[in-house]
Design a protein around this ligand. Structure first.
Ligand code: BES
Ligand code: ZN
Ligand code: ZN
Length: 481
């Protein structure tokens, strides 16, 4: 979807048009004919936020009211959602070009609408022989938006598309070696990102016991990818470390997932895809912040030499772990990655992982399960930013008493408590054991992938969390003062 800024002429339309107006201008002169205005008025009485359509053959005008009286973040979210509804209609009508303008709309609101439109317009249709009609061209009224803020956003939205493609790709196409190659190619293309791909041998010599164990049942080699973006005008002396769960496919391993629990597990690398994408977006838009991403990549399979319950692993940092369930694999590969990241003396570590089904049960699909250790300031900022972009955090308690549930008779830790209590928290506590710098843990299992359509996030990989973290780094400077 290509967005251009142009002057829009109401009386001589080149294409169909979306017209947005805030509730406080509802009674001011809108540029419509008298009968259209009367119709609009009557529809608004029934339902204030109804989409009203005027026929101006051969084109149509889609008139959308938005509630500019709501708190800012909610009103922006409503605009994103309205955009998704409109996208669906345009797709059904096979309209590929649309103009967008409005009355009483500020740039931030128009950007939110375009964001929703862009995200709703995404399709993973590479493998479809019959593709949906989608928008290819969007012309936006020039006087409302300026070019530079639009292009920063467009670069972010394109990153979200690519991130979603990676998550949506099945493992038969995108395994660990292939994903590492793609990340490295992407870094080279962007230019100001350094990419180091560690192969099987290197991972063995580093003694990453968690990543190696999870990889043992797989026919594909593991990879450990490190990305670095270090701009000259950086505001942080020490890097912020982003760690992402990169389980290319999670069968559960020998504790194989029963029934249809395995479906959608191609998305178990959403954390890695998201963290790489945040770093790439920051680099493409020149954010003044030093970032590193640490991405352990492997699938989790019950191959003939697969790791098994009762195995005892020695992790990268020397901690020993008794395996109680091979389906709690994410925390094993993340523990090595977090310990490795910790060794770079970062000022903050954030991880994103589709870590526990328990997070989905606790929160459903509308919140990120979030926890932190010694990271009060950044955590508060991240929560505020989350409310603003409407990718919201629900903070879970992170008390040390939960560590009781991770005690082992034969090793330092077990990888999962078999009684299923506090599954999301204990997974986080397991990871926190490996972090000795301020640490934020994001369990994104509920939001990364949708089995049914969810507004502008669509269906399949949502690209959620990318807008959150990008906005966090845009405002990160504020925590340093
Ligand atoms: N990748 C899954 C978590 C998951 C489940 C993500 C559903 C998205 C949707 C993770 O590796 C896993 O299998 N977790 C187990 C942990 C259990 C064995 C302690 C779970 O949640 O059931
Ligand atoms: Zn698992
Ligand atoms: Zn998993």
């Amino acid at each position: 979807m290509n967005i251009t800024l142009e002057k829009i002429n109401y009386s001589d339309l080149d294409s169909s048009l979306v017209f947005l107006y805030g509730s406080e201008v509802a009674n001011r002169a809108l540029p419509f004919k008298r009968d259209e205005l009367a119709y609009l008025e009557s529809r608004r009485k029934e339902d204030a936020s109804a989409l009203v359509v005027f026929n101006r053959l051969p084109h149509k005008i889609y008139v959308q009211n938005f509630d500019s009286d709501l708190p800012n973040a909610e009103s922006l979210e409503k605009l994103r959602r309205a955009a998704a509804d409109i996208q669906l209609i345009l797709s059904k009508e096979k309209i590929e070009t649309i103009a967008v303008t409005g009355e009483g709309i500020i740039p931030e609101e128009l950007v939110a609408f375009l964001e929703g439109l862009h995200m709703a317009n995404y399709r993973f249709d590479k493998y479809k022989t019959k593709k949906d009609s989608v928008l290819t061209k969007v012309v936006v009224e020039r006087h409302i938006l300026d070019e530079s803020s639009l292009s920063e956003n467009v670069r972010l939205w394109r990153r979200i598309d690519i991130c979603r493609d990676w998550i949506n790709e099945p493992v038969m196409y995108l395994n660990a070696p292939k994903f590492a190659d793609m990340l490295s190619a992407e870094a080279a293309r962007i230019g100001n990102v350094k990419c180091t791909v560690m192969g099987q041998k290197k991972i063995e010599s580093l003694k990453m016991g968690g990543l190696l164990a999870v990889n043992r049942g797989s026919d594909d080699e593991a990879r450990f990818v490190v990305l670095e973006y270090k701009p000259n005008d950086r505001i942080n002396k020490r890097p912020v470390a982003l760690v992402g769960k990169g389980v290319m496919y999670d069968t559960g391993g020998l504790n194989i997932k029963p029934g249809d629990y395995m479906v959608e597990m191609k998305s178990d690398m959403a954390g890695a895809a998201t963290m790489a994408s945040v770093l790439f977006a920051a680099a493409e838009n020149g954010l003044p912040i030093h970032l590193m991403a640490f991405l352990p990549l492997t699938d989790n399979r019950p191959g003939k030499n697969a790791y098994a319950a009762d195995d005892i692993l020695t992790m990268y940092d020397g901690t020993t772990v008794e395996i109680t369930n091979t389906d709690a694999e994410g925390r094993l590969i993340l523990a090595d990655a977090i310990a490795y990241a910790d060794g770079q003396d970062p000022e903050l570590i954030i991880d994103a992982a589709t870590l526990t089904g328990a997070a989905v049960r606790a929160l459903g699909t509308i919140a990120i399960a979030a926890m932190h250790q010694d990271a009060d300031g950044p955590f508060r900022l991240l929560s505020i930013v989350g409310n603003q972009v409407y990718e919201r955090l629900a903070e879970f308690p992170f008390w040390k008493e939960y560590d009781e549930l991770l005690k082992s008779e034969v090793a330092d830790l077990i990888n999962c408590n078999l009684h299923a209590n506090a599954g999301t928290i204990t997974a986080g506590r397991f990871l926190a054991h490996f972090a000795h710098h301020p640490y934020i843990h994001l369990d994104i299992a509920g939001v990364a992938y949708y089995g049914k359509r969810e507004g502008f996030y669509g269906i399949g990989a949502s690209g959620a969390v990318l807008r959150l973290l990008y906005a966090f780094f845009q405002t990160y400077e504020a925590t340093r003062k």
